[in-house]
Design a binder for this molecule. Structure first.
Ligand SMILES: Nc1ncnc2c1ncn2[C@@H]1O[C@H](COP(=O)(O)OP(=O)(O)OP(=O)(O)O)[C@@H](O)[C@H]1O
Ligand SMILES: [Mg+2]
Length: 333
């Protein structure tokens, strides 16, 4: 096993559910995740696997009265976030941890101009006494990087389209210079050139400030170019994690990962999208026993239907699958 590096965020045995009028949805079911300082961790998995729910849980932004953390812990530095009071979370959000939302909630203030709202965030991260002209130069720079014309900075949020407001959200999340950035599909709504610029901005933050990132994406090209490690999520739990090279080049994988990545092509093949796999994830309104992938798995054994597989870690590469449970450690190459 790799030495434990420098963990910034540690999630242990997290369970999150949504209580809806139609019953309970078990969205996160025993999720474990470690994010080290300065590391970019890709979170990959099919729709409904629990990626957004994981990010919202970290920031305690689950929909009020519907979504709740039922058990488990989320530790950031030495502090527990899962049971932190709202006042504390307000201090953390946007200063230490910021998020680029998949569905922008647009926390923009309707009575302040776009430029003023970006400037406000930049000011709080510039040394005291930084000249207004310098801040304005930075506002123009960051607007250009996310594909917004700086000459529209005097306009108000209602004058911006949905897509433009999303770019403002991205600009603000990045201008916060957070220690941890949760980026939920940050580039899907953007055109290719701007996508590349936003990823550059994110890499710049990492190089300049050692920002850690949880990067939720469906784009394997983005994973290969931007991430240090990858975590594969399925039915609300992490079923495989490893260094990017392990995920792309090692032979041994969870059968779900193999299916998803289309037998793990080398990146030269320019395989960009995740493969659809036949079948569906288990019904999230039922607490399943055994391995959640069993019904779709080509290697299903009797034990898979009755017992949850335990994580097997070899040289820092973790796989949660009964196929690997009996293998001796070190036999993973
Ligand atoms: N507000 C909500 N109320 C009820 N169920 C919800 C709510 N939000 C998410 N869910 C359910 O929780 C599960 C996880 O959803 P989540 O949005 O975290 O998935 P995701 O991995 O982000 O998917 P996608 O790739 O489509 O964004 C799904 O079964 C989803 O239907
Ligand atoms: Mg999502």
């Amino acid at each position: 096993m790799m030495p434990m590096e420098n963990p910034l965020l540690i999630i242990k045995d997290l369970h999150v559910s949504y209580k809806t009028d139609d019953g309970v949805i078990y969205a996160i079911n025993g999720l474990d995740l470690v994010l080290n300082k300065g590391e970019t961790l890709g979170l990959v998995g099919e729709t409904g696997a629990g990626k957004t729910t994981t990010a919202l849980s970290i920031l305690k932004l689950l929909p009020e009265r519907i979504g709740s953390i039922d058990s488990g812990t989320i530790q950031f530095h030495d502090e527990r976030l899962d049971n932190a009071p709202e006042a504390k979370m307000r201090l953390i959000r946007g200063s230490q941890i910021s998020m680029i939302f998949q569905d922008p909630m647009t926390c923009l203030n309707p009575v302040l101009t776009i430029g003023d709202q970006i400037a406000e965030v930049l000011e709080s991260h510039c040394p005291p006494g930084t000249k207004a002209a310098e801040i304005q130069r930075k506002v123009d720079e960051i607007m250009t990087m996310v594909g917004l014309p700086p000459d529209r900075k005097e306009e108000y949020p209602h004058q911006f389209s949905g897509g433009m407001k999303q770019r403002v959200d991205i600009a603000i999340a990045l201008a916060c210079e957070p220690e941890l950035l949760l980026a939920d599909e940050p580039t899907t709504a953007l055109d290719v050139t701007i996508q590349a610029q936003v990823l550059d901005l994110m890499r710049g933050l990492k190089d300049k400030l050692g920002t850690s990132m949880l990067l939720i994406t469906h784009d394997l090209g983005v994973v290969a170019e931007t991430c240090d490690r990858v975590a594969i999520i399925y039915a609300g739990e992490i079923i495989e994690t490893g260094e990017v090279d392990d995920i792309f080049y090692l032979e041994d994988h969870h059968p779900y990962t193999k299916g998803l990545f289309g037998s793990i092509p080398s990146m030269n093949e320019k395989m960009k999208r995740l493969n659809p796999i036949a079948g569906l994830m288990p019904d999230p309104s039922i607490k399943y026993v055994g391995c959640p992938f069993a019904d779709r798995c080509p290697h299903k054994m009797a034990i898979c239907e009755t017992q949850k597989p335990q994580p097997v870690v070899t040289n820092g590469h973790m796989i949660k699958c009964h196929l690997f449970s009996s293998k001796p450690a070190g036999d993973n190459k």
